[in-house]
Design a protein. Structure first.
Lengths: 397, 349
């Protein structure tokens, strides 16, 4: 179907179902129950799942296929956000021009940065992209204040021209009149499910992005990129210049990041320089690694995992912990809470850093590899085939 | 002319910090072949050693002085630091005053230990892995260290003053024959520059004039052959890692009076130090030092108002000082891909 083989089609359908049923899947606990704080089915978070999914899918096209570790992808995300907000300011609150522009601008920006950075490989490349990202951050934060509004962040003001804004159209980001932040809430018994326009818009774009990434993986172009990863020198000896291929991969992943940035601004019409900071670049690297580098579904899983736990962990505080461990004897309770409070609330970043290290040390293939190992362990008696529904590709060594 | 000298002087202290961190990074890279993204965190840990020493020294006990009254008419509570009680008020006050230089003694063993533990516990296992994995795991470690410091010391910068003897500025211009009050330079920055010059000279002469240093240099050139000669090169490299960590830590200790330490200072310096290493040439120690000072001075010149205004008015780039280092780094990498003093065959794929 759609030019995919059976395994990939199954994977695509799996992801489509996952994306469309997300409001149900992410809200498994009744609204009033104590477990409701683990629900993730509210619009804001679901949008971020889809958006960061796009970001990570795009990053994986570069890192997973070519092995070039970029530490500056957040710059493209930020550029995308800024272009979308500028479209809001100049034209209207319709998100289509903004998103198209964000992809184009991010692509051009990636072309420029990639052209320079890809002259070197290995760590030089990582450091160069990191330097570029920090430079973009400095540009956005102070140097280009007339364009980016510096520290305050770019937003839409009432005296902005908005030349195409017609009288009747809504005064918030919308898609030809469909307001992005509108949510239809379905109450079933004790449960309630949110169906948000913005989420579905992001999810559809994520599915398109995912489909495109499958096609790229299976194309001769994707094969070429993998060859670059496995042995660039040999490619050069055969008389082939690898740079156009790596540059194309860099630009494509930059455009994915631009799209994600544009969507972030479309859901919430703000753009700030902190989106470009290098910790944000590190986050997308972590999402990809955690999910599984070079696998198709890995980045989506990784993005969902990180965003979910970021959200849940940040909400937990001392009182919650004390209520959980109230059954323990006093001293033990305090000790357990004392240890755990390092990792929750404001300490979420500590958990993130530890997770980062643990994954790189013990599970370099990420969740997908973990799943495969688990599946192989369970079905060891049955058959030798390590085939999980995730349908991951072999990580190119 | 005096303005130019002032800019050079202003660049020296930042340049010293860049040079020290970049020196450590290059040492680690040259010996172990590992890219250490946690090096900025080591700089930060050094700075927080100074904070800790200062806090430990000013630990006090409270006594109630019946003879004096506070503004509510109750007996006055007097806080006396333990050191003042033990060594007498004057010596005690002097010890507290000199907490930053004293922290050096405290920081050296701690930083060496941190370095050894890091190398033996974590980085040892990553020699055979890809550079990407090394970058990622040290990046994770940097986040962990940074968050731990944030958890225990808070997110705000902690002022850590220099000793009273070095507070204030002196008239450098009058000293070398300019009009008075044209070149004013804080004492502590001069101390910092002298300190880093001593450290750099120390590291270089250690590598140059000792047998240990000779073996390490041989190992940097050809690890396998040195190993075949029956020398335990791994242990020496571990020691070099500890030394690199100590250099970064000391740079941090002495930097605290210039900028109050906060938990993300390491990350801020790390990115620029990487740029310094790349500009200087990967694996070249003199290159790292040279590039550190050059870029520090360059940054200071870019914040010099005539130059800044020129960029703002003619090229529409306000606050050029924020990005000048990156721009120069890009130009250098495009024209001299190995950096200023990079050698052939180091880190080339």
């Amino acid at each position: 179907m759609l030019g995919l083989d059976r395994k990939d089609t199954r994977l695509l359908i799996f992801v489509v179902l996952l994306a469309l049923c997300a409001p149900f899947l992410l809200n498994p606990f009744p609204t009033e129950s104590a477990m409701a704080q683990f629900n993730a089915g509210y619009p804001d978070l679901m949008q971020r799942f889809a958006i960061y999914g796009i970001f990570a899918i795009g990053f994986n096209i570069l890192f997973g296929l070519t092995g070039y570790l970029s530490f500056g992808h957040a710059a493209f995300l930020g550029v995308g956000s800024y272009s979308t907000v500028w479209m809001f300011k100049l034209l209207s609150y319709n998100i289509v021009p903004g998103i198209i522009l964000s992809v184009i601008v991010a692509g051009l920006f990636a072309l420029l940065i990639g052209f320079i950075s890809l002259r070197r490989s290995g760590i030089y490349f990582s450091i160069l992209t990191l330097a570029f990202a920090q430079m973009s951050f400095a540009l956005a934060y102070s140097v280009l204040t007339p364009i980016t509004n510096g520290e305050t962040g770019l937003q839409v003001y009432t005296d902005d021209p908005q030349y195409l804004q017609s009288v009747g159209s809504p005064n918030v980001p919308n898609l030809f009149g469909i307001v992005m932040r509108d949510t239809y809430t379905l109450d079933v018994g004790a449960w309630s499910f949110d169906f948000n326009n913005g989420y579905y818009f992001c999810a559809i774009l994520m599915l398109i992005a995912f489909y495109l990434s499958i096609r790229i993986y299976r194309s001769p172009f994707g094969l070429m990129l993998r060859a670059v990863k496995s042995n660039q020198q040999r490619m050069n000896y055969t008389g082939l210049s690898t740079r156009p291929y790596t540059l194309a991969a860099f630009v494509i992943s930059g455009m994915y990041a631009g799209l994600a940035g544009g969507l972030l601004a479309s859901m919430d019409p703000l753009a700030g320089a902190e989106r470009m900071q290098w910790t944000a670049s590190g986050e997308v690297v972590l999402m990809t690694i955690l999910g599984g580098v070079g696998t198709l579904i890995g980045p989506i899983l990784g993005a969902g995992f990180i965003k979910y736990f970021e959200n849940i962990f940040s909400k937990i505080n001392d009182a919650t912990l004390h209520s959980w461990f109230g059954f323990l004897p006093e001293g033990l309770e305090n000790a357990v809470v004392w240890i755990l409070e390092h990792f929750v609330g404001a300490g979420w970043h500590l958990t993130l850093g530890l997770l980062f290290m643990l994954v790189v040390i013990f599970l370099p293939g990420g969740l997908v590899e973990g799943g495969q190992k688990l599946a192989a362990f369970v079905t060891r008696r049955g058959s030798d085939k390590k085939d999980k529904t995730s349908g991951s590709t072999e990580p190119a060594e | 002319m005096d303005a130019l000298i002032l800019q050079v002087l202003n660049g020296l202290d930042k340049g010293s910090a860049y040079a020290l961190i970049a020196l450590g990074l290059t040492l680690i890279f040259g010996t172990l072949g590992v890219v250490n993204f946690a090096h900025g965190a080591l700089f930060m840990i050094g700075a927080f050693c100074a904070v800790t020493v200062q806090r430990l020294l000013s630990l006090s006990f409270v006594t109630v002085d019946e003879t004096q009254k506070d503004f509510l008419g109750k007996p006055l509570k007097v806080e006396t630091p333990y050191v003042e009680a033990w060594f007498g008020p004057e010596v005690g006050a002097a010890i507290i005053d000199w907490s930053v230089p004293l922290a050096i003694i405290f920081a050296i063993p701690i930083m060496l230990a941190v370095g050894f533990i890091m190398e033996r516990g974590l980085i040892k296992h990553f020699y055979k892995r890809e550079h990407a994995d090394q970058i990622l795991v040290t990046f994770g470690l940097a986040i962990v260290l940074q968050e731990l410091v944030k958890h225990y010391y808070g997110a705000n910068p902690i002022p850590t003053p220099a000793p009273d003897a070095f507070k204030g500025s002196f008239d450098f211009g009058a000293l070398i024959g300019f009009d008075p009050n044209t070149i004013i330079y804080p004492y502590w920055r001069l101390v910092y520059f002298a300190f880093s010059a001593v450290i750099i000279a120390g590291v270089f002469s250690f590598l140059r004039f000792t047998t240990f240093g000779m073996v390490v240099r041989a190992g940097m050139a050809d690890r396998e052959t040195v190993g075949l000669l029956g020398i335990n090169i791994d242990r020496r490299f571990t020691i070099m890692f500890g030394i690199a960590a100590a250099v970064a830590g000391l740079a941090g200790v002495m930097y605290t009076p210039i900028n109050s330490p906060n938990y993300h200072m390491g990350m801020d310096f790390l990115v620029l130090s990487f740029v310094v290493v790349v500009v200087g040439g990967m694996g070249s120690l003199p290159g790292a030092v040279l590039a550190g000072f050059l870029l520090g001075i360059l940054e200071s010149f870019a914040s010099f108002s005539p130059i800044k205004n020129f960029f703002e008015n003619w090229l529409f780039l306000p606050s050029i000082d924020q990005i000048i280092i990156y721009l120069v780094a890009i130009v250098i990498l495009l024209t001299r891909p190995r950096g200023l003093m990079g050698r052939k065959g180091v880190m080339e794929e």
